[in-house]
Design a protein around this ligand. Structure first.
Ligand SMILES: CC(=O)CC(=O)SCCNC(=O)CCNC(=O)[C@H](O)C(C)(C)COP(=O)(O)OP(=O)(O)OC[C@H]1O[C@@H](n2cnc3c(N)ncnc32)[C@H](O)[C@@H]1OP(=O)(O)O
Ligand SMILES: NC(=O)C1=CN([C@@H]2O[C@H](COP(=O)(O)OP(=O)(O)OC[C@H]3O[C@@H](n4cnc5c(N)ncnc54)[C@H](OP(=O)(O)O)[C@@H]3O)[C@@H](O)[C@H]2O)C=CC1
Length: 284
């Protein structure tokens, strides 16, 4: 089955990035969030990214307008569901919220539509069980920032059909990404490896081993990471980092994945990183 129309649920940093890349790849896109102001914020981020591409001479003003014209914004789930061949969900990393979105999509989407989740750690099989079409549910895990990063982890749930898997692998390629198949285990591969490193860096702050600046410098200059782990944690969102650590901790039942108490404290304080203006660093 070929994909012609894409819908994206959640217009935060990931949803807006996914919508941008899909529209740049020629797909008509419907982008949904719960409130008009959130969906506008996502749309404005896309417009700003495209402005940068125009100023760098990568696309023309006309091409920018065409890409933006392919994106329809809405707060009504029926608009997002009605004509979709695939819906890519990118709401917060919370099983209850995600399963409710999937339950609604299952009711409203055409029978052939694929329901994909951009979850960074939650079991696809459990998300799929909230629907009556588990064979058409799959994980499509993009990396942040979506317009830049090449990887998409593609995760089959227990019931995902081969046809749906092949369609999503092909779609990732059409969106200019490099898909890699991984199995449905907590955190998949990316966050099973990345997030314990970030959590450990937070422990190093918590235990006074070094300042956030020093820890980031060690990992940037010593290991050639493009961003230090605390800058990266702020960039990902500390709430998302905590949700992922909790999923690893609960999913494996292994104390080595316990979230650092300092991470919990920051999230409780509303210090969510770049998106809230403060995390390990302060942003304008
Ligand atoms: C949590 C999960 O579930 C999984 C995840 O996503 S984990 C996070 C994975 N991502 C990472 O690890 C990112 C690590 N950081 C990096 O790779 C780099 O710092 C970076 C690509 C983000 C920025 O690179 P940089 O060289 O420091 O900055 P800069 O020169 O300004 O940007 C490089 C390019 O990225 C673009 N870019 C940077 N940030 C961007 C953003 N937020 N949105 C869109 N484009 C962006 C820039 O426009 C620039 O584009 P061109 O090459 O076309 O000019
Ligand atoms: N941040 C990252 O680096 C990465 C994140 N991910 C995953 O992507 C998903 C989204 O993360 P991210 O974009 O960073 O998070 P954000 O907080 O930036 O965005 C989430 C968006 O979803 C909206 N939302 C919440 N509930 C609903 C709902 N029921 N229906 C529609 N929209 C809703 C939120 O609106 P409101 O403000 O109203 O809550 C918000 O705009 C998560 O599953 C995360 O794990 C995957 C890869 C990388």
């Amino acid at each position: 089955m070929g994909i012609k129309r894409v819908s994206v649920i959640g217009a935060g940093q990931m949803g807006s990035g996914i919508a941008q890349v899909a529209a740049q790849s020629g797909f008509p896109v419907v982008l949904l969030d719960t409130k008009e102001e959130f969906v506008q914020k996502g749309f404005n981020t896309i417009a700003k990214n495209l402005d940068r591409s125009v100023s760098k001479g990568r696309i023309t003003e006309e091409e920018k307008a065409e890409i933006l014209n392919r994106i329809t914004t809405t707060t009504d789930m029926e608009d997002a569901a009605r004509d979709a061949d695939i819906v890519i969900e990118a709401v917060i990393e919370n099983m209850g919220v995600k399963t409710e979105v999937f339950r609604q999509l299952d009711e409203l989407c055409p029978g052939h539509a694929i329901l994909a989740s951009n979850t960074s750690s939650l079991p696809i099989t459990e998300i799929a069980a909230a629907t009556k079409r588990p064979e058409q549910v799959i994980g499509m895990h993009f990396m942040n920032p979506v317009p830049v990063m090449k990887l998409v982890e593609v995760i089959r749930g227990l019931a995902t059909s081969d046809e749906v898997f092949q369609t999503v692998m092909q779609l990732a390629g059409e969106m200019g990404k490099h898909p890699v198949e991984v199995n449905d285990f907590p955190g998949f591969v990316s966050n099973r490896v990345l997030m314990p490193m970030i959590n450990e860096a937070i422990y190093a702050v918590y235990e006074g081993v070094a300042t956030p600046e020093a820890i980031d410098e060690v990992m940037k200059l010593g290991m050639n990471h493009p961003m230090g782990p605390l800058t990266l944690a702020d960039f990902i969102g500390l709430d998302t980092c905590l949700y992922i650590m909790e999923t690893l901790y609960e999913g494996f039942g292994d104390s080595k994945y316990r979230p650092c108490p300092l991470l919990r404290k920051y999230v409780k304080a509303g210090w969510l990183g770049r998106k809230s203006g403060r995390g390990f660093y302060v942003y304008e």
